[in-house]
Design a protein around this ligand. Sequence first.
Ligand code: HQG
Length: 176
Amino acid sequence: MSPADVVRLSKRLSYVLRHRPDSAGLTLDAAGWVDVDDVLVALGLTRAQLDEVVAGNDKRRFALDDAGTRIRASQGHSVPVDLGYAPARPPAELFHGTVERFLPQILVEGLRPGARHAVHLSPDVRTARAVGARRGPPVVLRVDAAAMAADGVAFSRSANGVWLVDAVPAEHLTVL
Ligand code: HQG
């Protein structure tokens, strides 16, 4: 497949596995998994094409199970799933990329998950900047994860390295 085809298929797969499995006639299990064979039929793909999308994905958005028979998105869902990631101790600082226009609200109410299950935090400034840049000139916030962890807030980390938390209070944010 051409690089453009891989990106196009990755977007379709993200949409189906995170937001609208029903749009392809699929149903996710409680942890977000679906049989690869069902995905191939529903999206009209060969196994080789699917493997190319999974392997070639810039952010490793998709995970196959150990047997290679089921697939799920590693994070980013808006449909109810329990991904089952264990609580993990975060690094002292994490980062969140956003844009200027959201700042006034964020600095009052903190970070909220919006349509997704969790607030997504990045392990480094560069990644956070790229996340923010999807929406415009990026603004990066530093999250005092150490203070939140000390407050008893549970963090987890997705299979593709995104830190997930229910919310971040404004007092633990600093604009970089
Ligand atoms: C903002 C992509 C106003 C928040 C990325 C963000 C990431 C608030 C937007 C992943 C707010 C939500 C997630 C508040 C947060 N008031 N705005 N209180 N709290 N926001 O897309 O973090 O390519 O749901 O700053 O790389 O941008 O999909 O979250 O701008 O990892 O794999 O509300 O999505 O990964 O937007 O991105 P999103 P996000 P994928």
